[in-house]
Design a protein around this ligand. Structure first.
Ligand SMILES: [Zn+2]
Length: 276
């Protein structure tokens, strides 16, 4: 089995003194990948989060030089019944494949696949995109495919297992996906070892940052001591990553889209509509 692992080392993609650049025509589509009930709503309610349900989303970025799929949902397409399917705390009504087809794409048309991180609610359809070039932080891939695999792989691991043999670009930090600064993976470790966020500079909409699970609810940004998910990962790294993203948002005057923020999600245009 031939597997090409390229190591890309990037010190940083956002030059301190940026010269004005023409922004290429980039489109961003939001896919409906369902809804997720909170596993522990009480700690959220206690800090004033009134809506603890979470949206589950995937995003297709269409750039003149190719396409990038960001995250792949919480339940595999193959299990979605007409009228919807519930598995544990997740309910999904639409397949990723059908939403791609609606705007004229097949899984084999996807140039790049990137997951914000490997958790089950972001990676369920990854095997369908094993033909794309996978953009993953080195420590994330190491966590997903340990040298000694567990005897009983989790559902999530089974659902991304095909990525092991994908053409892979191993990242060690930020990564300019199409080489023009319009779509940049931003390393934000903490929630998982190689968690990442996505900066997308859109001509009309302006710059957007997709959070991954750096935050789950807007209250985590305003209440600095409110870190209900920190215990899942590395709290120190998560705090540093939050500071990195907050600085980026300020510098670029970018808007943060918290992917699990179901109230924000309700206000945004969903595919086949798009942002450009
Ligand atoms: Zn999540």
């Amino acid at each position: 089995m031939l597997m090409s692992l390229l190591l890309y080392l990037f010190a940083g993609f956002f030059p301190a003194t940026s010269t004005p650049q023409a922004v290429p025509s980039v489109k961003l589509y939001i896919f409906d990948c369902g809804m997720l009930k909170s596993g522990n709503p009480d700690v959220l309610l206690a800090r004033g989060v009134t809506t603890t349900d979470m949206s589950v989303t995937a995003y297709l970025i269409v750039h003149p030089r190719g396409t990038l799929l960001w995250d792949t949902g919480v339940i595999p397409d193959e299990l979605i019944q007409p009228g919807g399917t519930t598995e544990a705390r997740a309910t999904v009504r639409k397949t990723v494949r059908s939403q791609l087809a609606e705007i004229g794409y097949k899984p084999s048309d996807i140039t790049y696949l990137a997951l914000s991180h490997n958790h089950y609610d972001h990676s369920a359809n990854s095997n369908n995109f094993a033909g794309a070039t996978w953009l993953v932080q080195k420590p994330e891939r190491a966590a997903m495919f340990p040298d000694t695999p567990p005897p009983n792989p989790s559902n999530a691991a089974a659902r991304f297992s095909a990525l092991k043999n994908s053409k892979t670009v191993l990242l060690d930090g930020d990564h300019d996906v199409f080489g023009d600064g319009s779509v940049v993976i931003v390393a934000t470790p903490g929630h998982t070892p190689g968690h990442q966020s996505l900066y997308v500079n859109l001509q009309k909409t302006g710059p957007i940052v997709l959070s991954g699970d750096l935050y789950h609810y807007p209250a985590e940004r305003t209440l600095k001591d409110f870190t209900p998910f920190a215990a899942l990962g590395n709290p120190e790294k998560e705090t540093a990553s939050k500071a990195k993203i907050e600085a980026l948002l300020k510098e670029k005057k970018a808007t943060l889209w918290i992917q699990h923020d179901i109230l924000l999600y309700a206000q945004l245009k969903k595919s086949p509509a798009y942002y450009d």
